[in-house]
Design a binder for this molecule. Structure first.
Ligand SMILES: [Mg+2]
Length: 381
């Protein structure tokens, strides 16, 4: 398979409402889409979002790296998906987000050519038994804002079928966060509730949080302490914690999963394509987590479009189970880039929405062009 043309779209899509993280306020999704054309005229699409505090990528840097890879990719043959990441690594060091963007588009082309959906292809490659209809993936809904707003939102979305929740913590005093968690645990009794501090807590407060009776109903607590602290702090936290410990910013690939696993410092991990470096690597991580009895949370950065959501969900359908849910972030966008975006059905994503061959989402070129970020323009080779 040869690439004959590449078109790159730097986008900025406003969120329905700003999203408050412990160290960040996100008002719009900055994301890069690529459309590759092969020698038979097929088009394949890929996406990667910026995440300055997770991958170090801004729109400008991500665009530059995607452009560089796309230009070099045209000289190569892309016949074997298992070699895609080897080839991409031979073109550029590091830069997992840009590589994920290219890999997604290449996988989209390859699986379209093979007339198979991406998730079925992944499943077949893994050697797991064929799955006719995988279970719908539970979608995880983020809660934030004032407690009144969080409770109102929880009620609204619970009535729509959502049962998985993530409460952003770490920017308020500990006692206040614990009060929020306890109140929301009462309101959402029986559901799968998690918290995410994006590394904003010190070890002492993280231990206090995890030992508190107010947090006892949580399914897991994600990245309470910074990815920059020594692994001994993570070991100490998990040892003292009454609730399972999830990691996100600390995990950028299989090496870190194995390292934290060996140290008994983790119960599960959040997998995002932009930090792991693509679908195939993230799928391998999910398999290793599962085999070792650890839990997987699949996640898109806030926010990515239906395209990235589809590629990420493909890992979940191939696995057959996503115990800690899927943070599908296109639900926070004011508009999506395709005419039939992925949508929650009873708080879940059914595999029927990814029945087409390829990744399963074909962006609408007019919508994509309308979302080009201010000060940028599309790039075509
Ligand atoms: Mg997280």
């Amino acid at each position: 398979m040869k690439i004959t043309q590449a078109t790159i779209f730097p986008l900025s899509i406003p969120l329905i409402e700003p999203m408050k993280m412990s160290h960040d306020l996100i008002t719009d999704a900055k994301t890069v889409l690529i459309c590759l054309t092969d020698e038979e005229g097929r088009t394949g699409w890929g996406e990667a979002s910026t995440a300055p505090l997770m991958t170090g990528e801004t729109l400008g840097s991500l665009l530059a790296n995607v452009k560089y890879l796309a230009d070099k990719a045209r000289a190569l043959e892309w016949n074997d998906p298992k070699r895609f990441s080897v080839l991409l690594d031979s073109l550029l060091y590091g830069n997992p987000s840009a590589k994920s963007c290219l890999e997604m588009a290449l996988l989209d082309l390859y699986t379209q050519k093979e007339s198979i959906s991406l998730w079925r292809y992944l499943r077949a490659q893994s050697g797991m038994a064929e799955l006719e209809t995988p279970a719908s993936i539970p979608l995880l809904r983020m809660l934030g804002g004032s407690l009144e707003k969080e409770i109102a939102e929880a009620k609204t979305f619970r009535a729509l079928g959502f049962r998985h929740w993530k409460i952003k913590i770490g920017s308020l005093p500990l006692a206040e966060d614990l009060h929020r968690v306890e109140t929301l645990s009462d309101a959402l009794e029986g559901d799968v509730i998690s918290v995410d501090a994006n590394g904003a807590m010190g070890l002492a407060n993280a231990v206090l949080f995890c030992e508190s009776a107010a947090a006892r109903r949580l399914a897991f607590a994600e990245q309470l302490i910074s990815a920059d602290v020594p692994i001994e702090d993570f070991v100490a936290l998990r040892k003292k914690s009454a609730i399972p410990i999830g990691l996100d910013e600390s995990i950028h690939g299989l090496g870190e999963i194995l390292q934290f696993m060996k140290a008994d410092a983790v119960d599960g991990a959040s997998l995002k394509l932009i930090k792991i470096g693509g679908v195939l690597k993230a799928f391998e991580c999910a398999q290793v987590l599962s085999v070792n009895g650890l839990k997987t949370n699949l996640a898109c950065k806030v926010a990515e479009t239906s395209l990235s959501a589809a590629a990420t969900a493909s890992i979940g359908f191939a696995m057959g189970d996503v115990p800690w849910g899927f943070s599908m972030s296109n639900q926070y966008l004011r508009f999506d880039i395709c005419t039939q975006p992925l949508v929650a059905e009873q708080g879940h994503l059914p595999a029927s929405q990814l029945a087409a061959s390829g990744v399963g989402i074909t962006p609408d070129i007019h919508r994509v062009k309308d979302a080009i970020a201010k000060g940028y323009s599309l790039i075509q080779y």
